[in-house]
Design a protein around this ligand. Structure first.
Ligand code: 6PG
Length: 250
């Protein structure tokens, strides 16, 4: 068993709904253990929509103590918050507009000012909130791209270089190309990191990540996520787990 297998926990669930429900339970439990500041970084992409809708519905809507939440984003595209490609917009429509997190505790990445300026601004906001060397988010939610990217850390890009920064500008291989992302050190400083991976189209990337050799310089960016707080957790559906279990998706 390669070293990575001991630093990753995988839960394989029947379908997207089961994945959303399971991760909602993880988020709820994490928020309830936090004191007066539960700092969560939301994932971008489409996969978490169902999770966000679940958290903004009963029983969570009335059960969770939203006043202690600080909502951050793991990455954003350099677009306005009204743009259909905005990660903020997706989260706002699915959850933020429906949960009572105080506005001053919603920390949007201002992609509309450009990736470099937005990264600097977010770095300042994060450092002001967390202080210290590197921010320690209570929970970071991440997706997985078909090329093994996560957040906006794409294979072979400058954003993956060693950095003292918590937030860096990045460039995606496809539009919208200009992005802003938490750096790998910021992700790995988290108390807890949970990947949400759904769909047959992610099966190859998931297999690459799980089987990655930590010594391999070409390993996918998502395989570099090794949070100091403990094992990286993958909550995936059977279709995405196809090459892990060999069992054909139903
Ligand atoms: C982004 C995300 C990115 C995403 C994966 C999976 O801004 O695009 O942060 O890392 O999580 O690309 O995206 P889907 O959930 O849409 O498949």
């Amino acid at each position: 068993m390669d070293a990575s297998a001991t630093e990753i926990e995988i839960a394989i669930l029947p379908d997207a709904t089961a994945v959303a429900r399971a991760v909602a339970g993880i988020v709820a439990a994490s928020s309830q253990t936090a004191d007066d500041d539960f700092s969560i970084a939301l994932s971008g992409g489409q996969t978490p929509r169902l999770l966000y809708e679940t958290l903004a519905s009963e029983p969570y809507l009335s059960r969770l103590d939203w006043n202690k939440w600080n909502v951050w984003w793991g990455d954003e595209r350099a677009v306005p918050p009204t743009d259909e490609m905005s990660n903020y917009r997706l989260a706002a429509e699915a959850m933020m507009d429906r949960i009572p997190v105080p506005p001053e505790r919603v920390h949007r990445i201002h992609g509309e000012i450009g990736s470099r300026a937005a990264a600097l601004s977010y770095e300042t906001e994060i450092r002001q909130h967390f202080g210290g060397e590197m921010p320690q988010f209570d929970l970071i939610l991440l997706g997985l791209g078909e090329d093994g990217h996560t957040a906006s850390l794409f294979p072979g890009t400058q954003a993956l270089q060693e950095t003292p920064l918590a937030v860096v500008p990045s460039v995606a291989p496809w539009p919208p190309r200009d992005r802003i992302t938490l750096s790998l050190p910021a992700i790995n400083a988290a108390h807890r990191v949970v990947f949400i991976v759904v769909g047959r189209e992610k099966a190859h990337a998931l297999r690459m990540v799980i089987a990655a050799d930590q010594e391999d310089a070409q390993q996918p960016p998502a395989a570099l996520v090794r949070p100091v707080g403990g094992a990286a957790q993958f909550v995936v559906d059977e279709a995405a787990a196809l090459f892990l279990t060999g069992a054909p998706a139903q």
